[in-house]
Design a protein around this ligand. Structure first.
Ligand SMILES: [Zn+2]
Length: 267
């Protein structure tokens, strides 16, 4: 069913999470592509739950660890699959984390993939340094940076942007998450997290980065993530789903027809 060719894909996307554990994610994949999703959040792996894969295990074969498949064209790897229970804690220092990330890249039989999407924890730490280092020869397309509108979040994000520049990692663009709340009843928008310093838009203007889009708060996103369902198929007409689609479309211009990985609020 799956192709087991030992060839890691042509394109690498580096998704850069800025936010905390209450962020959850969904992938938006075009069916034309083979996509690999790698969760390098060693201490807080939430991808298995979000993707509806909790309780799944990776299998060892002659050609390495087999990732877990959500769809025929979407393979997932996370340390969460290696833990005996979702409540197990991984308490590791840098070198051990780095070793695990290296194993994920080297020993997982991803098959032939078009895109590798890496979901990172927030910050500029071991995980980020090692993934950039280990993939340096592969030509990473760049980082997608996610923020929320408040200055406290933007401050962290500016550090992460500086990190990317330091390690010469291109920045594909910035997404503003929790960008207002559209009331499902009266359709009015309220600012739960007011962009007191101009939000992602002002930051992008100052730093000359593309703002890929804004995703409003929607409690149904958190619900979908908890239940391991795709928000886009659950509530496709919601303002947040429309925002995702438009980000994917705007993004598709560069690199061509890519899939995009977005962190979502766990409301
Ligand atoms: Zn209302």
């Amino acid at each position: 069913m799956y192709r087991y060719r030992r060839e890691l894909g042509k394109k690498y996307w580096y998704s850069y999470s800025v936010l905390k554990k209450w962020y959850r994610c969904i992938p938006i994949c075009l069916f034309l592509f083979q996509v690999a999703l790698l969760d390098v959040d060693i201490c807080g792996p939430s991808i298995p739950r979000i993707m509806g894969l909790e309780g799944e295990q990776v299998h060892q074969s002659g050609s390495g660890w087999s990732p877990v498949y959500v769809e025929d064209n979407l393979a997932v790897m996370s340390i969460g699959f290696l833990l005996s229970s979702p409540d197990d804690a991984v308490i590791w220092r840098g070198p051990k984390k780095n070793g695990m990330i290296k194993q994920f890249l080297r020993d997982v039989d991803w098959g032939e993939v078009d895109y590798l999407i890496v979901d990172t924890p927030p910050g500029t730490s071991d995980e980020h340094l090692s993934i950039v280092q280990y993939l340096s020869g592969a030509g990473i397309d760049g980082a997608v940076i996610i923020t929320t509108p408040q200055e406290v979040s933007l401050q962290d994000v500016r550090k992460e942007i500086r990190f990317c520049k330091k390690v010469k990692l291109p920045i594909i663009g910035v997404i503003e998450n929790m960008s207002g709340f559209v009331c499902p009843k009266c359709k009015n928008t309220s600012q739960i997290f007011p962009p007191t310093t101009g939000g992602a838009q002002r930051m992008c203007e100052e730093l000359n980065l593309p703002l890929l889009g804004r995703v409003p708060l929607d409690p149904r996103i958190g619900k979908s993530c908890d239940e391991g369902k795709s928000f886009l198929t659950e509530v496709p007409e919601s303002p947040a789903a429309v925002a995702y689609q438009s980000i994917v479309q705007s993004k598709s211009s560069k690199p061509q027809q890519a899939s995009l990985f977005i962190h979502l609020p766990h409301a």
